[in-house]
Design a binder for this molecule. Structure first.
Ligand code: FES
Length: 560
C-alpha cells in the first residue's frame, strides 16, 4: 500500500492511543489475527438479508461468496446487517421506509472502519436505498443484486410472479379458477429465493444499476439460484479491494452521462415506473440535476427492446439466457455514452465489446422493437402541473387517447369498499380517479395505483379502463394507468378538485392529462381545499411527512 492514499480504516486501528489497541482487541475477539491490520482494506458487506424479505433470503450465501473474493483480493471482509424492506409484508408500504434504509446504510458505513463496501440487495426498495446511502457515504462501493427468482411453474405454464398473479386473480374473481387451482398457483408462482421474475421494479433497478456501471458487467439478470450468481459475487469481492486502492467512489461513476445511460436502459427494458422516482432520488444524491422531463426526452428516442413481462412475453431467466443487460446495451449502443467509467475500471464501451445477443425474440433488434418509444411517458396538463407518468408499453393501445367521465374514489379505502359493487355507475369509457395515495396522503406513496377493474366491467369482458391516481404501481402491473400525479391531492394538487362526472382527457401522444373544466372553476374548487389530518404526530412517520419531497423530485428527504 505504499504510494497509496492512507486507508480510512487506519483512523480506527492505526492509532497510538488506547482505543487503537482496544478496537484491534475487540476485532480479534472475532478470531481475526493481528496481521489483518497491516495495510489490508476493510470491506463492509452490507447485507439486506431477512426472513421478512423472501426476495433477499439467499443473500447470506451470496455474502459468503463475496467474502471469499475479498480474502482472495487481499482485503478483510466484515458483514453487517441493515434494515431490509420486503415488498410483500411492509405496511403501509415499503416506500415509506426507503429513505430510512438509505440513512441506515449511509450511517452504518460512515460510522464504521470501512474502506469499501459491497451492497447486497434485491427486493424493490433495497437496491435504491443501498445505492442512495452509499453515494452519500462516499467510499468505494459495488452492488451485487440477488437476481431474479425462478419462473413459476403451474400445470405446464410458466408464470411470472406479480404480473401473472394479477392476471390469474382477475380470472379467479370472474370464477374461471376455483379454490383448488388458486391454492396450487399460490404454491407454484414464487418457487425460489430471488426478486420477482418479471421486469418489475427489482429487475429494473438491478439492470439500471448495471447500466450505470455500479455492478460488474452481466451481474443483474443472473437468476438468484444460478451458480454464476455466486461466482460474480466472488469476483465483486475481489474487485472492491482493487477499487479501494483506486479510490473508485460512486461519485466518479455516477456522472450525469452514466445516469442518463441508466434512464435509457430503463426505457429499452420496458422498465418499472418506480425506477423514475428512484433514479430522481439517486441522481440528486449524486449531485446530478436530473429532471422528470429528461425521462420523456430519452423515452422518445429509445425503443423498447426487452420482450419481458409485463411489457412483453418472457421472464427474467429468459432475458438472462438471451444475453442479459450487456446484450440489451449493445443493441442501444449509439444511444449511450460509452465513455462512462464502471466499477471494473473499464468504460461501458469496453465492457460491451464482448456482448452478444443469443435470442432476438427476447432482446429485439432495433428494426423490430416491441415499441418505437421507451416504456414510460411523462404527462403534463392542468391535472398534473408537476407531471405524471404512464407506462405506455404496458397500456392498452386503444386507450392511450381517451376522453371520458371521471368516477372518483376519495381514497384507497373508498375504492376497496366500492370496486366490486354491482351498482358501481361505471362503463368502459369511465376514467377511474383515486385521491390521497401520494407520498403524504397515503402515507408513503404506496403501490395502490393499479386500481382493479370493477367487477361489473370484468363480468362484461372489459380488460382495461383508464385509471389515474397520485399513487405508484408495482412494476409487475399492467394497464392504462396514470401514476405519480404531482402535486399530490393531499397537499392541494389539482387531483383534489376532480369530481365524479368531470370529463378527463388522456392523450399520451401529446403527453396531455387534462381535467376539462375552466381554470376559474378549478381555482374555485382548490380554494376550498382542506388538507386531510396528518397520519403521524411522532417518530419516523412524522419525519417522513415533514420532509419527503414530491414524486417529481424523487421522494427523498429535503435535508438529504
Ligand atoms: Fe420483492 Fe417483487 S416482492 S421483488
Amino acid at each position: 500500500m505504499t504510494n497509496q492514499k492512507k486507508l480510512r480504516s487506519a483512523a480506527w486501528f492505526d492509532t497510538p492511543e488506547y482505543y487503537g489497541f482496544s478496537r484491534k482487541a475487540w476485532l480479534r475477539s472475532e478470531g481475526l489475527g493481528s496481521h489483518i491490520f497491516h495495510g489490508k482494506p476493510v470491506i463492509g458487506i452490507c447485507n439486506s438479508w431477512s426472513e421478512l424479505n423472501n426476495c433477499n433470503l439467499h443473500l447470506r450465501q451470496v455474502a459468503e461468496a463475496v467474502k471469499r473474493g475479498v480474502w482472495v483480493g487481499g482485503g478483510v471482509p466484515l458483514e453487517f446487517p441493515t434494515i431490509s424492506l420486503g415488498e410483500m409484508f411492509l405496511r403501509p408500504t415499503s416506500m415509506l421506509l426507503r429513505n430510512l434504509m438509505a440513512m441506515d446504510v449511509e450511517e452504518s458505513i460512515r460510522a464504521n472502519p470501512l474502506d469499501g463496501v459491497v451492497l447486497l440487495c434485491g427486493c424493490d426498495k433495497t437496491t435504491p436505498a443501498q445505492l442512495m446511502g452509499a453515494i452519500s457515504a462516499g467510499i468505494p462501493a459495488i452492488l451485487v443484486p440477488g437476481g431474479p427468482m425462478l419462473g413459476g411453474l403451474w400445470r405446464n405454464q410458466k408464470l411470472g410472479a406479480g404480473t401473472d398473479g394479477r392476471r390469474l386473480f382477475d380470472q379467479y374473481r370472474r370464477g374461471e379458477l376455483g379454490p383448488r387451482e388458486w391454492s396450487e398457483i399460490e404454491g407454484a408462482i414464487a418457487r425460489s429465493a430471488g426478486h420477482c421474475a418479471v421486469m418489475g421494479t427489482a429487475s429494473t433497478m438491478a439492470c439500471v444499476v448495471e447500466a450505470m456501471g455500479m455492478t460488474l458487467p452481466g451481474c443483474a439478470a443472473i437468476p438468484a439460484v444460478d451458480s454464476r450468481r455466486y461466482e460474480i459475487a466472488e469476483r465483486s469481492g475481489m474487485r472492491i479491494v482493487e477499487m479501494v486502492k483506486e479510490d473508485l467512489t460512486p461519485s466518479r461513476i455516477l456522472t450525469r452521462q452514466a445516469i442518463e445511460n441508466g434512464v435509457t436502459a430503463m426505457m429499452a427494458l420496458g422498465g418499472s415506473t418506480n425506477a423514475v422516482v428512484h433514479l430522481l432520488a439517486i441522481a440528486r444524491r449524486a449531485g446530478v440535476a436530473l429532471q422528470l422531463d429528461d425521462f420523456d426526452v430519452i423515452s422518445r428516442r429509445t425503443p423498447t427492446l426487452a420482450n419481458v413481462k409485463p411489457s412483453g412475453e418472457y421472464l427474467m431467466e429468459d432475458f438472462f439466457a438471451a444475453g442479459g443487460v450487456p446484450a440489451l446495451l449493445m443493441r442501444i449502443r449509439e444511444l449511450l455514452n460509452g465513455d462512462c467509467l464502471t466499477v471494473n475500471g473499464k468504460t461501458l464501451a469496453q465492457n460491451l465489446e464482448a456482448a452478444a445477443c443469443w435470442n432476438e425474440e427476447i432482446i429485439r433488434p432495433l428494426d423490430r422493437p416491441l415499441s418505437q418509444q421507451g416504456a414510460i411517458a411523462v404527462l403534463r396538463g392542468n391535472l398534473c402541473p408537476d407531471g405524471a407518468v404512464i407506462k405506455q408499453s404496458a397500456a392498452s393501445p386503444a386507450l392511450l387517447r381517451h376522453r371520458g367521465p371521471a368516477y372518483v374514489f376519495e381514497n384507497y379505502e373508498h375504492m376497496r369498499e366500492q370496486i366490486d359493487s354491482p351498482d358501481l355507475p361505471v362503463d368502459e369509457k369511465t376514467v377511474l380517479v383515486m385521491k390521497n395515495c401520494g407520498p403524504k396522503g397515503a402515507p408513503g406513496f404506496p403501490e395502490w395505483g393499479h386500481i382493479p377493474i370493477p367487477k361489473r366491467l370484468l363480468e362484461r369482458g372489459v380488460q382495461d379502463v383508464v385509471r389515474i391516481s397520485d399513487a405508484r404501481m408495482s412494476g409487475t402491473s399492467f394497464g392504462t394507468i396514470v401514476l405519480h400525479v404531482a402535486p399530490e391531492s393531499a397537499v392541494g394538487g389539482p387531483l383534489a378538485a376532480v369530481r365524479t362526472g368531470d370529463e378527463v382527457t388522456l392523450d399520451v401522444e401529446s403527453r396531455l392529462l387534462q381535467l376539462e373544466i375552466s381554470n376559474d372553476e378549478l381555482e374555485a374548487r382548490l380554494a376550498q381545499f382542506v388538507p386531510p389530518p396528518p397520519h403521524y404526530q411522532r417518530g419516523y412517520g412524522k419525519l417522513f411527512l415533514d420532509h419527503v419531497t414530491q414524486a417529481h423530485l424523487g421522494c427523498d428527504f429535503d435535508f438529504l
